[in-house]
Design a protein around this ligand. Structure first.
Ligand code: GDP
Ligand code: IMO
Ligand code: MG
Length: 428
């Protein structure tokens, strides 16, 4: 049995796209299980850069089955655009992609609600990607959501849009003082999407489970990261789905007994985009240096990412709630020129030390990180492929992460490209 879940261990953008892409070489199937086109997963092949939003990062390899699971929320226009963009660059999406019948659809009014809610939040805004993710999951849980399968029952589809607009238009007009929507327009627009997507729609839960029975090698590709998870993240500054490993089970219809490994992707430092607490955030020049050197600008929205030191408090939490069997460290090369490197071992408020990630958002806002310093290596690690070839202090940094988290480092990424990688343990 070889089903490996790949999850982000921080606030997203850890380099999941690259990790999934390199692991796809030995996999048969790659499946997304949550989130939507709020995700931006970058894969660099030679001089070509691809950013995947909804389509699994495995699509760039030939003949790998890629699945968008039921736990994902799909904006059909965004998906069609992404398919088109890939096709224009010679990627065969047509023969390799399947979409779950019971994935929920992002509707135009979800996007309007997402932006309207953000506007009224003012200074306390979450800093969402504005893609309609939250309101779509709200409807899913409220049992008023519209699923992919509904696209193919026109009567039902139209009725659902009308019912939902009854409430949503009221809010948009009276509460948020903005324009409402007309059911007929949405209906016509989505009927056109339905025709374009029809050939991809499938019972993906049955297919994934059959693949597992047949001993195929499967990757479950997470989006966002543990600290953005709706249950385990820095609520309410989170996304609206289960981005932890458990989400792979509900988001694809696979039992926990079928999962063989959980690989956590850990950036060698920390970034966060959007609002919310970030204890190890670097302010001033050093933060800006990281942003420039690491190219830390959102792959989806282009927003500058906030940068900070590695945070063991957050990572121990990620280790626990995901049950990580290994980690992949990325962007080690971004630390190359630093004389000293800080790691956060606890948070402190007043005289109290916190070693476990606090649930109180206010505590996260008001506590300060307790750092330990490590010597840097002041040498390039770009493209190094063997652990022994890493500078001694870089090796120490990696071992320190292993020891603190009590989990093996399975992989170290030393650059954007596919072959800039150290593999310490195979996943399949
Ligand atoms: P994801 O959302 O987790 O897939 O990550 P993003 O693609 O949003 O952000 C990660 C960024 O770091 C992308 O630009 C990657 O190309 C880049 N990247 C990944 N691994 C490495 C690495 O080891 N070194 C460097 N320099 N860049 C990397
Ligand atoms: P990948 O998969 C980083 C953040 C947003 C915002 C919060 C809620 O590329 O790692 P949402 O639009 O989901 O309601 O926004 O979550 N966010 C991400 N941050 N990487 C992502 O995805 C993200 N997807 C959402 O910035 O703070
Ligand atoms: Mg990203």
């Amino acid at each position: 049995m070889s089903a490996v879940v790949i999850v982000g261990a921080q606030w997203g953008d850890e380099g999941k796209g690259k990790v999934v892409d390199v692991l796809t070489e030995k996999a048969d199937v790659v499946a997304r299980f949550q989130g939507g086109h709020n995700a931006g997963h970058t894969v660099v092949i030679n001089e070509q850069k691809f950013i995947l939003h909804l389509i699994p990062s495995g699509i760039l390899h030939k003949n790998k089955l890629c699945i968008i699971g039921n736990g994902v929320v799909i904006e059909p226009a965004a998906l069609i655009d992404e398919m088109k963009g890939l096709k224009q660059r010679g990627v065969d999406v047509r023969s390799n992609l399947l979409i779950s019948k019971n994935a929920h659809l992002i509707m135009p009014y979800h996007i309007a609600m997402d932006n309207a809610r953000e506007r009224v939040r003012g200074a306390g805004k979450i800093g969402t990607t504005g893609r309609g993710i939250g309101p779509t999951y709200v409807d899913k849980m409220a049992r008023t959501g519209i699923r992919v399968i509904d696209l193919y029952r026109p009567e039902v589809f139209r009725e659902k849009i009308e019912t939902n607009l009854g409430e949503i238009n009221y809010l948009l007009k009276n509460r948020f003082r903005t324009k409402g929507f007309r059911a007929a327009e949405i209906f016509a627009q989505y009927r056109a999407y339905a025709r374009k997507l029809a050939r991809y729609v499938a019972d993906t839960d049955i297919i994934v489970n059959e693949m597992i029975e047949k001993k195929k090698k499967i990757l479950f590709e997470g989006a966002q990261g543990t600290l953005l998870d709706v249950d385990h993240g820095t609520y309410p500054f989170v996304t609206s789905s289960s981005s932890v490993a458990g989400g792979a089970c509900t988001g694809l219809g696979v039992g926990p007994t079928r999962i063989s490994r959980v690989l956590g992707v850990v950036k060698a430092y920390t970034t966060r985009v959007g609002g919310g607490p970030f204890p190890t955030e670097m302010t001033g020049d050093i933060g800006e240096q990281f942003r420039q050197k690491g190219g830390e600008f959102g792959a989806t929205t282009g927003r500058p990412r906030r940068c900070g030191w590695l945070d063991f408090v957050g990572l121990r939490h990620a280790m626990r709630v995901n049950g990580l069997t290994g980690i992949a460290i990325t962007k080690l090369d971004i630390l190359d020129a630093l004389p000293t490197i800080r790691v956060c071992v606890a948070y402190r408020r007043g005289k109290t030390l916190y070693r476990d990630f606090p649930k109180e958002t206010s505590l996260l806002h008001t506590s300060v990180p307790v750092y330990e310093e490590m010597e840097g290596w002041n040498e390039s690690t770009v493209g190094i492929k063997r652990f022994e070839k890493l500078p001694k202090n870089a090796q120490k940094y990696i071992r320190r992460i292993e020891e603190t988290l009590g989990v093996k480092v399975d992989m170290i990424s030393t650059g954007q490209r596919r072959n800039e990688l150290i593999v310490l343990r195979n996943q399949f």
